[in-house]
Design a protein around this ligand. Structure first.
Ligand SMILES: Cc1cc2nc3c(=O)[nH]c(=O)nc-3n(C[C@H](O)[C@H](O)[C@H](O)COP(=O)(O)OP(=O)(O)OC[C@H]3O[C@@H](n4cnc5c(N)ncnc54)[C@H](O)[C@@H]3O)c2cc1C
Length: 893
C-alpha cells in the first residue's frame, strides 16, 4: 500500500492539532486511518500507533462507536497506555490498556478533576477483534460501542464524529513507565503516566462502507477493567499515584460527635484558606472580632501539622510543600492535594494555591489595578496594601540560604540573548511598572530556604490571637440565608477530623467566600446565587437542600472567567543541562539533600524545574488596547522534546486581553471550564502572534540557541493555527474573574459584576468575596501577590463598613432572568436587612482558641533555619527554577 503522509490541519471549536495519519490495513483486513508516533517515554522499544475506522456517515445508528487499533511500545519497567475520547483527561471517557502476562487488559475510567480517575459506570462496551504481544509491543484491535458519548454520575459529555468532510476527531493519549501493581486485579493501582499528547484524525478518512462487516470480527468481549487511576490525555500530569490517606471519598468523611465551631456565633466566617482567605483572616482578626477560617483541605506545610512527604524528609518538620525544589511534584502526584471537584488543577489543602505553587511573587504593576479595577481599587488606592504585603513577605531572587544561584546557565542563555537584542535587565519587584522590553530573575516568596508566604506569616499571626480559629478538613456546602441576609454556613466533614453542621454568623456579622475562582462560584450556585441555568442544575442535583427559587439571586457568577493564555516555545542550547527535580522527590542527589537539610542551601532551595529568566513586553493592538505579555523560561523540554539541553519558554498573554470564558457546575456538582477563556477575538490572537515573533527575533541574537518548537520552517501563523485552545494546552493556572468586581451590578440587565467595590455580593447584606474571582481582568504577572494585596485592601474596606451598609439595587432594575420570583425575594430581604441593622453594634470577639490542624495549638517553626529572606539586587546573569503552573502540553510531566 502506498503511504501518503498527510498533515491534518484541524479547525475545531477549541483549536487545532497537527498530526500525521496514514491509511493502514491490518491483518484482519480492516482499513484504518492511523497515526504512528514516538511517545518519547523512557525505555520504549519502538513507536506507538493508533488507528480508527468509522461507519459511513449515513449509518446514523452506529454513530456512537468505532473500531480502534492500538499498538503500544513496551518498556523494561512495564507500561500502560490510555486514550481519552476527547481532548482532555477530565470529564471524558478514558480507555486504559496494559498487559497481564500476554493478555491485553482494558478498563474504562473517568476523571472529574486532576485526581485518580474512577471506574467508569456508564454504558461503553469494548469487544476485542484481535490482540497480540511480542518482545517490543502489544497490540489491541477493538470495537468500542457507546464510546463517543458518556455519562458518569449524571454528568454527560460527548464527541460524536462530525459528518462534514474536514472535521477531525480529537483524542488524547498517555503512556506510563510502570505497569499496574497488580495487573490481574480490576482495582489495581497504576502510577502516573510519563508522557501524553493529542491526535486529530480526519473523520472522513476513517469512514468506510465495509465497517459493519469488520464489526462482526469482534467476538470476545474484553475482560472487566483493571487498573485504577489513569494518566491523562492532556499535557498535565495527573494524580495517579497510590491514594494517600488524605484522599477524600466522594461523600466526604464521617461527622464527629461534637462540632466545636457550631456552638459559637461568629463576627466573620471566612471560607477557604488560600491566597485571599489567609491574609483576610489575619487582618480581620486584628480588629479583635471573632474570626473563623474554614478550610476544606488538610494541613500542608509542616508548621501546621502537614504529613505528606517523601522518605528523606521523615524525621524533620518539613513536608513536600515546604521544600521549593519539590513544588513540581503536584504534576506527578496530586492525590489528596488537587481539588477533586474542579476540572483544572487547583490546590485543595491549607494554603490553597500558595501551598502548591512555584512561589513566584510579583509586586503589582500599577497598570494592573488602574486598567482592570473600578474606582477605589486603582493603583494609588491599593499601593499601601501592596507595600504591607511586601513588608511581610519580601521577595527573594536567591532562595538558597548561602546566597548562591544554582545551575544558572538557563538564565544566562536567555538573558544573554535578550540583552543583546536590547532588552533591559531589571530586578522586577524593585521596578514593578517596568514591564516593557525588560527581563529579570524570577522573584519568589520563599523564605529561610522554605516555601514561606501567607502560611508562614499571616496565618502565624492570626493564630496567635484568641479570637481566631482555623478548622481544616471541612467543606462549606452553602451559605444559609433569608433573602440577602446571610445567617451562617452549612459545613460538612471533607476528611477525617472535619466538622459538620451549621455555623452561625452574628446578625451584625459577615461571611466572606475565599474559596477560589471555582470554589467560590460553586458555593454561590449551591446557595441559590448565580445564573438561572446553573441554579436549575443544582436544584435538580440536591432538590431538598436548594434554597426556594423565590429566593434566588440572579447574578452572572461564573462568567468573565479569565486565565493567562499560554503558548510555549522550546529551544536548545549547548550550555544548559536539565536537573531532575522529579527524581529528587524520592531519590535526591545525596549532596543536594544534605545541603538542603543542613543549611537550606543548594538547588533544592530553588523552585522546580529550574526557573530561569522572566521577561515582559507590551503590545498595542489595532483596537487601541495595550496587551501585556510575560515569558517564563525554565530548563526543561516539553512538547515531546526531551533533550537535556532543552528549555521551555512559556508566553502568557495577560492584562488587556479581552477574551473571557465561563465556569459552570454539572449534575455531579463538579465545576468545569465550559468555555475556555482563550483567544476569542482577532486582537488577542494578534498579540500572541506578535509576541512569538518578537521572541523568535530576540532569541536569534544568540546563534547557539536553536528554536526546536515550533520547527524553524513553520511560520508563526501556522504554528498558532495548530495550537489547541484547550485548558490543558493553554492554561497558566491563573484562574480569576468568575465573580467580577464592578460598578455595574449584575442584578441589572446587562450588568456584569457580582461584587461591588466593597467586595460585597450584589443583592446581599453581608456576603463578601475576597479571592482571585473578583479580579475583573488578568494581570501582568503570576497573580498570587496581587491576590494577597487585594485581600489586604478588602480587609480595610470590610472593617470600615457600617454593619450591612451597601445600598441595595432598586427592585425595578433587577436583572430579568429569574422572573418575578426574584423581585419578591429582593424586596423582602431589603426590608429584612434594614430592620436587622437597626440599633445593633458589632459584638466584641470572645472566646475562640486556635485550633491548629494537629490540635497541638500554636504553630511551631517548620524549620531550624532563621526565616529572613533577602531581596537581592539583580547581580549577574544567573538562574532559578520553577514550573508548577507551567505544566501544559505534551510530555512535560
Ligand atoms: C500549580 C499551580 C502553580 C501556581 N504557581 C503560581 C506562582 O508561582 N506564582 C503565583 O503568583 N501564582 C501561582 N499560581 C496561582 C495562584 O496560586 C492562585 O492564583 C492563587 O492561589 C488563587 O488564590 P485564591 O485565594 O483565589 O484561591 P486558592 O489559593 O486556591 O484558595 C482557595 C482555598 O479554598 C479552599 N476551598 C475551596 N472550596 C472550599 C469549600 N467549599 N469549603 C472550604 N474551603 C474551600 C481550597 O481548598 C483552597 O485552599 C499557581 C497555581 C497553581 C494551581
Amino acid at each position: 500500500m502506498k503511504l501518503t503522509h498527510i498533515t491534518v490541519a484541524l479547525s475545531l471549536a477549541y483549536g487545532a492539532v497537527g498530526q500525521v495519519f496514514n491509511p493502514f490495513t491490518d491483518s484482519n483486513g480492516i482499513d484504518f486511518w492511523q497515526a504512528t508516533w514516538n511517545t518519547k517515554v523512557k525505555g520504549t522499544k519502538g513507536e506507538a500507533q493508533w488507528g480508527i475506522a468509522l461507519p459511513p456517515a449515513s449509518e446514523t445508528g452506529l454513530k456512537n462507536e468505532y473500531i480502534g487499533r492500538l499498538v503500544v511500545p513496551k518498556t523494561n519497567s512495564g507500561t500502560w497506555m490510555g486514550l481519552s475520547h476527547a481532548s482532555e483527561m477530565t470529564s471524558a471517557l478514558l480507555l486504559i490498556t496494559w498487559l497481564d502476562g500476554d493478555e491485553v487488559k482494558t478498563s474504562f475510567r473517568y476523571a472529574t478533576g486532576y485526581v485518580a480517575p474512577e471506574i467508569y459506570t456508564g454504558n461503553a462496551t469494548l469487544s476485542v477483534i484481535s490482540q497480540s504481544s511480542n518482545k517490543t509491543h502489544y497490540e489491541l484491535t477493538y470495537l468500542c460501542e457507546g464510546c463517543w458519548s458518556w455519562e458518569q454520575d449524571g454528568v454527560i459529555g460527548s464527541q460524536v464524529p462530525a459528518t462534514t468532510a474536514s472535521a477531525a476527531q480529537i483524542m488524547g493519549w498517555a503512556q506510563a513507565t510502570s505497569a499496574p501493581t497488580n495487573p490481574g486485579d480490576a482495582d489495581a493501582d497504576i502510577k502516573q503516566h510519563a508522557n501524553d499528547g493529542l491526535f486529530g484524525a480526519v473523520v472522513a478518512s476513517a469512514r468506510n462502507s465495509a465497517y459493519t462487516k469488520w464489526t462482526s470480527l469482534a467476538t470476545a468481549t474484553a475482560g472487566t477493567p483493571a487498573a485504577t487511576p489513569t494518566g491523562n490525555s492532556t499535557g498535565h500530569a495527573s494524580a495517579t499515584g497510590a491514594p494517600s490517606s488524605a484522599v477524600p471519598s466522594a461523600t466526604g468523611a464521617a461527622c464527629p460527635r461534637s462540632n466545636p465551631v457550631t456552638n459559637q456565633t461568629w463576627d466573620y466566617i471566612i471560607v477557604g484558606a488560600g491566597a485571599g482567605g489567609i491574609p483576610l483572616a489575619d487582618k480581620l482578626s486584628e480588629s479583635g472580632k471573632s474570626v473563623l477560617l474554614i478550610e476544606r483541605g488538610p494541613p500542608s506545610s509542616g508548621r501546621w501539622g502537614g504529613t505528606m512527604k517523601p522518605d528523606w524528609l521523615v524525621g524533620t518538620n518539613l513536608t513536600r510543600f515546604d521544600v521549593p525544589g519539590l513544588d513540581n511534584q503536584i504534576w506527578a502526584d496530586s492525590a489528596g492535594i488537587a481539588c477533586t471537584d474542579i476540572g483544572v488543577m487547583a490546590g485543595c489543602v491549607l494554603g490553597g494555591g500558595t501551598a502548591v505553587n512555584a512561589g513566584l511573587w510579583w509586586r503589582a504593576n500599577p497598570d494592573d489595578f488602574d486598567y482592570n479595577f473600578p474606582a477605589g481599587w486603582k493603583a494609588a488606592d491599593v499601593e499601601p496594601a501592596v507595600a504591607r504585603v511586601f513588608d511581610r513577605i519580601p521577595f527573594t531572587e536567591r532562595p538558597s540560604m548561602d546566597g548562591v544561584l544554582y545551575k544558572p546557565e538557563g538564565y544566562n542563555v536567555v538573558a544573554g540573548a535578550l540583552a543583546a537584542a536590547g532588552w533591559q535587565n531589571v530586578s522586577a519587584d524593585g521596578v514593578p511598572a517596568r514591564k516593557n522590553f525588560t527581563f529579570s530573575h524570577p522573584d519568589h516568596m520563599f523564605s529561610g530556604g522554605e516555601r514561606g508566604g501567607p502560611l508562614a506569616t499571616y496565618l502565624v499571626t492570626a493564630s496567635e490571637r484568641k479570637n481566631f480559629k482555623l478548622i481544616t478538613n471541612t467543606s462549606v456546602n452553602r451559605v444559609i440565608r433569608s433573602g440577602g441576609k446571610i445567617t451562617g454556613v452549612e459545613i460538612k466533614a471533607f476528611l477525617k477530623g472535619g466538622q459538620c453542621g451549621t455555623v452561625k454568623v452574628k446578625s451584625t456579622g459577615k461571611v466572606i467566600l475565599s474559596a477560589g475562582a471555582f470554589g467560590t462560584p460553586k458555593i454561590l450556585f449551591r446557595s441559590g446565587i448565580g445564573p438561572q441555568d446553573q441554579l436549575e442544575i443544582v436544584k435538580k442535583a440536591e432538590p431538598t437542600k436548594m434554597v426556594n427559587s423565590a429566593q434566588w439571586i440572579n447574578l452572572p457568577v461564573g462568567d468573565n472567567l479569565d486565565d493567562h493564555v499560554n503558548t510555549d516555545i522550546v529551544i536548545t542550547h549547548p550550555n544548559v543541562s536539565f536537573y531532575d527535580f522529579y527524581k529528587a522527590y524520592d531519590h535526591p542527589i545525596k549532596a543536594d539533600k544534605e545541603s538542603y537539610l543542613e543549611d537550606r542551601s543548594g538547588i533544592l532551595a530553588q523552585s522546580a524545574p529550574n526557573l530561569a529568566t522572566v521577561f515582559w513586553h507590551e503590545i498595542e493592538g489595532d483596537d487601541g488596547i495595550t496587551r501585556q505579555l510575560q515569558w517564563t523560561a525554565r530548563v526543561e523540554g516539553s512538547h515531546v522534546i526531551s533533550s537535556k539541553k532543552a528549555m521551555t519558554i512559556s508566553q502568557y498573554l495577560g492584562r488587556g486581553a479581552t477574551s473571557r470564558g465561563r465556569t459552570t457546575i454539572n449534575a455531579a456538582l463538579n465545576m468545569v471550564v465550559s468555555k475556555p477563556p482563550y483567544l476569542h477575538n482577532k486582537h488577542d490572537v494578534a498579540a500572541v502572534a506578535a509576541g512569538i515573533e518578537t521572541l523568535r527575533n530576540s532569541l536569534s541574537y544568540d546563534p547557539a540557541i536553536e528554536i526546536v518548537y515550533p520547527p524553524k520552517n513553520q511560520t508563526t501563523a501556522k504554528f498558532l493555527a495548530s495550537y489547541p485552545l484547550t485548558t490543558s494546552y493553554r492554561s497558566a493556572n491563573h484562574w480569576m474573574g468568575s465573580c467580577k468586581m464592578g460598578l455595574d451590578s449584575g442584578l441589572r440587565n446587562e450588568g456584569t459584576s457580582v461584587v461591588d467595590t466593597n467586595a460585597k455580593v450584589y443583592g446581599t447584606d453581608n456576603l463578601f468575596i475576597v479571592d482571585a474571582s473578583i479580579f475583573p481582568g488578568m494581570v501582568s504577572t503570576n497573580p498570587s501577590a496581587l491576590i494577597v494585596a487585594a485581600a489586604e485592601h478588602a480587609s480595610q474596606l470590610i472593617l470600615g463598613l457600617a454593619n450591612n451598609s451597601s445600598a441595595p439595587v432598586p427592585v425595578s432594575s433587577s436583572r430579568a432572568l429569574s422572573s418575578s420570583a426574584h423581585t419578591v425575594a429582593w424586596s423582602s430581604f431589603e426590608t429584612a436587612s434594614s430592620s436587622s441593622m437597626a440599633g445593633r453594634s458589632s459584638a466584641v470577639p470572645a472566646n475562640s482558641t486556635v485550633v491548629g490542624p494537629t490540635g497541638t495549638g500554636l504553630p511551631t517553626s517548620g524549620s531550624p533555619i532563621a526565616t529572613a529572606s533577602s531581596p537581592s539586587t539583580n547581580g549577574g546573569v544567573q538562574p532559578l527554577s520553577m514550573r508548577a503552573e507551567l505544566k501544559h502540553a505534551l510530555g512535560e510531566s
